[in-house]
Design a protein around this ligand. Structure first.
Ligand SMILES: NC(=O)CC[C@H](N)C(=O)O
Length: 270
């Protein structure tokens, strides 16, 4: 009998919707293993460098990116997270605040209050749709789910003070050379030369996985932006990193978690 591999997926548990992710990951693993055992999955909350080191993959949840980055900095975890994502290049998924933290650049940040992990060559615009009261839910098409059972059923996406990807950046090692074009833009720090990963290992450009085309009027005002003609970019993937503007963890629909666990298996077996 072939040995089933053991994989540990961590959820950064400093602030935000981490326990919801763990519950949905458990549900996703049951779904995935029902189609034939894939792996023995362990899902765990991550608060320390030791816990992070035990993980094969990581979710950075929704919540408040400023709070998550402050606590991570206080716990001395930011550099470990950067190493996990950008040097070890382990599969990492950020939802909402997590997408902001995985971006190489973010606009509308609080003065002096935000550090980024980086990993996705994008610039996000925080709170793109407005304040809490302008949060909304909507059914969207997620073409990347189409290979899953029931993958073509629209996905009920929850946007809470959500960011969007407003620009795909050219990949440059040494992020300081990237634009910080406004007073409220922050960028992720550059890798040290000895940490730089050869370009062919990064291997992919940013891939737009989903856009939101707002056909009906939502309460929030939409800022004009560079992607408005094709809709707002709300899901991207690049190499080991995946990010979504919305909160799959606040639904009971495990399809994106199932898809992402499959991605982990594929990445690890490449
Ligand atoms: N729901 C969320 O995760 C909101 C993200 C929040 N606007 C931030 O900047 O962190």
């Amino acid at each position: 009998m072939t040995q089933v591999e053991q994989l540990t997926v961590g959820v950064l548990a400093l602030q935000g919707a981490f326990s919801e992710h763990i519950q949905l990951l458990r549900k996703a693993a049951v779904t995935l293993n029902a189609g034939g055992a894939t792996a023995q999955w362990k899902f765990t909350e991550v608060r320390t460098a030791e816990e992070l080191a035990s993980c094969d993959a990581l979710i950075v949840p929704g919540g408040e990116s400023t709070a998550i980055s402050l606590v991570a900095a206080r716990n001395g975890l930011l550099d470990n997270l950067r190493d996990f994502v950008k040097v070890k290049r382990k599969p990492t998924w950020g939802t909402c605040a997590g997408l902001i933290l995985l971006a190489e650049s973010a606009n509308r940040t609080k003065k002096g209050g935000q550090e980024l992990i980086g990993g996705l060559d994008v610039r996000v615009n925080r709170n793109h749709f407005g304040r809490q009261t302008e949060s909304f839910t909507t059914n969207i098409e997620l073409p990347f789910l189409s290979s899953l059972p029931e993958g073509n059923i629209p996905y009920h996406a929850i946007f809470i003070r959500a960011p969007v990807v407003e620009k795909i950046l050219p990949h440059v090692e040494g992020i300081q050379t990237k634009e910080a074009e406004r007073d409220d833009t922050v960028v992720a720090p550059s890798l040290q030369p000895e940490e730089q990963v050869p370009r062919d290992l990064i291997n992919t450009e940013v891939e737009v996985m989903a856009s939101l085309i707002r056909t009906e009027k939502h309460p929030g005002t939409v800022q004009p932006n560079e992607t408005s003609s094709g809709g707002d970019i709300i899901a991207v993937r690049q190499g080991n990193c995946f990010g979504t503007s919305f909160h799959p963890e606040l639904t009971d629909d495990p399809r994106i978690h199932v898809w992402w666990l499959q991605e982990i298996l594929q990445t690890l077996h490449k």
